[in-house]
Design a protein around this ligand. Sequence first.
Ligand code: SF4
Length: 353
Amino acid sequence: MTGCLGVKQDVIKQAHPAVLAITGPHDTPGVMKAVHQHLPPKPHDPYTDLIGVKLTPPHYAYLKISEGCNHRCTFCIIPSMRGDLVSRPIAEVMQEAGNLVKAGVKELLVISQDTSAYGVDVKYRTGFVGGKPVKTRMTDLCRTLGELGVWVRLHYVYPYPHVDQVIPLMAEGKILPYLDVPFQHASPRILKLMKRPANAEKVLERLQRWREICPDITVRSTFIVGFPGETEAEFQELLAFLEEAQLDRVGCFAYSQVEGAVANELPDAVPEEVKTVRKEKFMLAQARISAQKLKRKVGKTLRVLVDEPGIGRSSADAPEIDGVVHFKGGKAGEFRHVTIDRADEHDLYGRLQ
Ligand code: SF4
């Protein structure tokens, strides 16, 4: 097991005594040591030994553009573990992206803790990509990644105003028309308690504008229900927002305390049973919205990236977290066209063309 929580080895060992090794974030040598310990290396191969650790299938890869975060959302302990935002130089990110594409990757998933803040810490320093000056900034990164000719999908995009500038790139087909924006709530009071500087009304206006510029855009988001102090009226406000926003993909978490989070000190904790009921209501409402939205795709022909024979993803589907497209045939890693025959709450079903 590796990642943020890896720094708390004892917590993991207690819950999962069978885990062989635990490492913290960015500890590639630690991961490799554990892998070699439990899976001794094969004889040296001068070709494959030069390839770094990649834990995804050959046709897609995550591209981490920065580490850490300058926000201090009260429910989150990531900044205390990973520190403030540190952006990777644009040249280095593009070098990695180019290498992945040369190695056969067809889809790059841009990740970070806060993708839209990319470059803020280095004052959008100019780097050089293929001899051309490019700024360490999300919009420039998207434009440059869009020239690689593969799918580029953006995750964890905090809705800063400049995010609007990447929507035309989506409309032009340079990057996928897909935006993963964690809104977390819709009530201004709860957002304030969460220390998230968002305003639900403006979010709705912007969603409308994004859809006008790029009608095919898929918007994914995550929400927390049962945050300390959330009243029934504020939960209803969230449900009303959900109806209005008509988001394509939504994840929902019932609030739970994380050791060290500021929100633990907030009064009026919501009882567990109330959180569970709210989460169920929220997911039911979204399932209906999602089913209606997917139904509109019946009869259309979509380009999909095949993950394995019979299963692929369209521009609207990020791996692991969204739905998929089912069909007969296909080979992993190839782009195909699928005509959609039917839909359910999460997935589409169709025929290969
Ligand atoms: S929830 Fe996201 S934006 Fe907020 S502090 Fe944590 S990593 Fe940063």
